[in-house]
Ligand binder design. Structure first.
Ligand code: HAM
Length: 423
């Protein structure tokens, strides 16, 4: 029979590697929780209009990459390509925008973009994100960036860098747009590029083609058009980041892939990941909530790609030891003979009840095969129990890394082992 394979471009995590994925995701979430963000759990599919209106039709995400289909009731449904629009929809729907502000939420889950798959770029990928809604102060911009930065540092990452810029307020962007459109009108653009530029001229800064890069090299930069208020805000964000000890560079040519951004925007980049080097990004989206029919509240947040952060951790070898600590077994038990099996499984159960992480060699393997299983399990200790050990009430506990052994009594072992593993 033919084997059925996973759809093209999806990223799956199976044991033992899934332990590293789980560790990365949990570390990202812990950083959000530690800054007062609460969980928001949302559907993976939404009304298509949410994304066309919220994310913007000039973006690749909306124009080329959405998984859109008609459901059985004839409604147009889209698998979420990103999290921010859904959060806004839900915050409006549940009147959180009328409660205490800022409203601070975190989310974690699968997102879907029909991109060409390659290393670090998947059609189903995973993000941890946060959104802080209803506060325009630069302090919250710095907080959001710091939550991401702290998570990366907690994962032991050292080689990533942070780029920031400001897209200013509506007044700044309007002034810049006039000059940018004037500049663009001097370029010889193909039809598709001209159409993109007409919806959002900033997109041309993101064009990867060499001739477009060269053409845009002398284009007017938005940073030079910031209103006094936007300039002061951006300066304050930079001062705060410096006071927090977070390194960054200002990249005035940064273009985010989504159209809702205003003000401070940022990207975390890891140099070891090749073309897909963005491990996380975000920024302000001050008009988005009003655009989606809610109160005219400001907002800022980030989305971090868990898949890519995991690749970065692997490239830097930053979490191998932490994962062993987090997921490693304390003890691996080996029962020799049928009779010992029942006793060992009772001991195993009592050790687990007391909080130890324990497993045993199942099946009827010879001692050699069972020892191999103990090695593979990565457990710190192993212990063999057969008829002799049961008769004498004593067994040998072996420390796997050093090979050191000690004789222990089986009747008081569960309590005693708690002390042993604590050392
Ligand atoms: P984004 O930059 O489109 O922003 O995505 C955030 C992160 O998701 C990227 O930096 C990357 O690590 C990861 N990512 C995106 N696409 C893929 C893919 N195809 N495969 C693997 N990883 C991917 C957003 O989604 C915004 N919603 C972030 C945000 C929140 N802005 C404000 N609030």
């Amino acid at each position: 029979m033919n084997k059925i394979q996973a759809p093209k471009g999806v990223h799956e995590f199976v044991p033992p590697e899934s332990g590293a994925f789980e560790f990365v995701r949990t570390t990202l979430i812990d950083s959000a929780k530690g800054a007062g963000y609460g969980l928001i759990e949302l559907p993976v599919f939404e009304d298509t209009e949410l994304f066309t209106r919220g994310v913007g039709e000039s973006t690749d995400v909306v124009s080329k990459e959405m998984y859109t289909f008609e459901d059985r009731g004839g409604r147009s449904i889209t698998l979420r390509p990103e999290g921010t629009a859904g959060v806004m929809r839900s915050v409006i729907e549940h009147n959180l925008d009328k409660g205490q502000l800022p409203c601070k939420v975190w989310y974690s889950g699968a997102f879907f973009r029909a991109e060409r798959p390659q290393a670090g770029r998947y059609r189903q990928f995973y993000q941890v994100g946060i959104e802080a809604i209803g506060l325009g102060d630069p302090e919250i911009d710095a907080e959001v960036i710091a939550v991401a930065d702290r998570a990366f540092k907690n994962l032991g990452l050292k080689r990533y860098r942070l780029e920031i810029t400001s897209l200013g307020d509506a007044q700044s962007r309007a002034a810049h747009r006039v000059d940018l459109l004037k500049f663009i009108s001097t370029l010889d653009l193909d039809e598709a590029t001209a159409a993109r530029a007409a919806i959002n001229p900033l997109r041309l800064f993101d064009d990867k083609r060499e001739e477009m890069r060269a053409a845009m090299a002398s284009a007017p930069l938005l940073l030079d058009y910031l209103s006094e208020e936007s300039r002061l805000h951006f300066t304050r964000v930079q001062e705060l980041l410096t006071l927090f000890g977070i390194d960054f560079t200002v990249n005035p040519r940064m273009v985010r892939g989504l159209d809702y951004y205003t003000g401070t925007t940022f990207e975390f980049i890891h140099p070891d990941l090749g073309a897909q080097s963005g491990i996380g990004g975000g920024g302000r989206y001050d008009g988005l909530m009003a655009e989606l029919g809610g109160a005219d509240l400001s907002g800022i947040g980030f989305g971090i790609g868990v898949d890519r952060v995991l690749l970065a951790c692997e490239a830097e070898g930053s979490i191998t030891e932490k994962i062993a600590e987090e997921f490693g077994l304390d003890l691996f038990l080996i029962a020799m003979g049928q009779e010992a099996k029942a006793s060992v499984s009772v001991l195993l159960n009592s050790l687990r009840n007391s909080g130890s992480r324990v497993d045993m060699a199942y099946g009827d393997r010879a001692l050699k095969g069972s020892m191999k299983a103990a090695d593979k399990s990565g457990a710190r200790f192993s212990m063999v129990i057969g008829a002799d050990e049961l008769a004498s009430g004593e067994a040998i506990l072996k420390e796997m890394t050093t090979g050191a052994t000690r004789s222990i009594r089986l009747d008081s072992f569960t309590e005693h082992f708690k002390e042993i593993r604590a050392k």
